[in-house]
Design a binder for this molecule. Structure first.
Ligand SMILES: [Zn+2]
Length: 63
């Protein structure tokens, strides 16, 4: 079965959730995902700083 993503260090910046997880290769990945319904913004990053920056600068399309 596909491994569950085990999110760690979940933080919320505005409407965007940032979390750290290990991918299938055991590499640390960082994701930023908007929680607004219908927004659909969700991107993975190689560094936590990049994910947090994306969360901070996200301009939500849903208003
Ligand atoms: Zn959004």
């Amino acid at each position: 079965m596909a491994a569950n993503r085990r999110f760690r260090n979940v933080a919320r910046i505005g409407p965007v959730q940032v979390a750290t997880y290990y991918d299938g290769q055991g590499r640390e990945k960082h994701t930023a995902a908007c929680t607004a319904p219908r927004c659909g913004f969700a991107t993975d990053y190689d560094s936590r700083a990049a994910a947090e920056l994306a969360a901070r600068t996200h301009r939500c399309a849903v208003r």
